[in-house]
Design a protein around this ligand. Structure first.
Ligand SMILES: Nc1ncnc2c1ncn2[C@@H]1O[C@H](COP(=O)(O)OP(=O)(O)OP(=O)(O)O)[C@@H](O)[C@H]1O
Length: 248
């Protein structure tokens, strides 16, 4: 049984320095396969963390536990405040206009157009509120899904390969957008990605998941904006932790 608690204490963790995420002994198995094995992890308020790992290493499983979507995991997952998730596919409902996708699932008091438009303005889509999802480009649809996450005012934003389906140029502009949202909202971010360079560009802390545990946990203090040259040594270290070399 998992203990998943979400607190909304009056003394916010931002002022107290208490972690926004505390995971202890998180274990998840599917049949005989143990995917997460007594995993421990803390995330501080406002921290931008990237989670790397080979395909099948359990990144999405960990993220689902953090989002409270996996009642069958065992261990403790404490999250201080609201979490919101954006996935690789934007998952917009085609029969709802853009703004009604943004407020989907919100309490009635917040399920209104002005709330949605304010969030859409933050992702540069203020004029798209009344569009249908089918008229959006892939990058625009992904920005709508970010607006849908932001409108929940999360303390922790969970991003599961959100840039994976975007073309290279759109990916770069969406990187900038996420970096700006993180700064402006003082968000904690956990970004699941296969892309070491993307992780080095965006995150201040880099985790590698392997065999159910965190096997590397590195700080990335490279000044922003970051260049590939500045992060080269850390890149090599992470690739080694991932079991690949530059020549693979
Ligand atoms: N509902 C499920 N039933 C059975 N096995 C599952 C289920 N969900 C995940 N798994 C297994 O758990 C392991 C971890 O899956 P997970 O999706 O967390 O990996 P991942 O690191 O996110 O992979 P990828 O990078 O390919 O997205 C895989 O072996 C997968 O087959």
């Amino acid at each position: 049984m998992i203990t998943h608690s979400t607190s909304h204490a009056a003394a916010s963790s931002t002022t107290t320095g208490v972690p926004i995420v505390r995971i202890e002994g998180l274990t998840r198995a599917f049949g005989e396969t143990v995917v997460l094995d007594q995993l421990d992890l803390s995330i501080a308020p406002g921290e931008f963390v990237a989670l790397l790992g080979r395909s099948g290493s359990g990144k999405s499983t960990l993220l689902r536990s953090l989002a409270g979507l996996d009642p069958d995991a065992a261990g403790t997952v404490d999250v201080d405040g609201t979490t919101a998730v954006a996935f690789q596919q934007p998952r917009l409902l085609p029969w709802r206009r853009v703004w009604r996708n943004v407020t989907l699932g919100l309490p009635a008091a917040l399920d209104n157009r002005p709330t949605a438009v304010a969030a859409l303005a933050e992702v540069g889509l203020v004029d798209y509120a009344d569009r249908w999802p089918s008229t959006l480009s892939g990058g625009q649809a992904q920005r709508v899904s970010l607006a849908r996450a932001l409108v929940r005012e999360p303390k922790l934003l969970l991003l599961d390969e959100p840039f994976g389906a975007l073309d290279a140029l759109t990916r770069m502009t969406t990187h900038r957008l996420v970096e700006n949202l993180w700064r402006q909202h003082d968000l904690g971010v956990l970004l699941v990605t296969h892309d070491v360079d993307e992780a080095l560009l965006l995150a201040d802390r880099l985790l590698v998941l392997d065999a159910g545990r965190i096997v590397a946990d590195e700080r990335n203090d490279t000044p922003r904006p970051r260049t590939r040259e500045a992060t080269a040594a850390l890149r090599t270290h992470l690739l080694t932790a991932l079991g690949v070399t530059d020549h693979d």
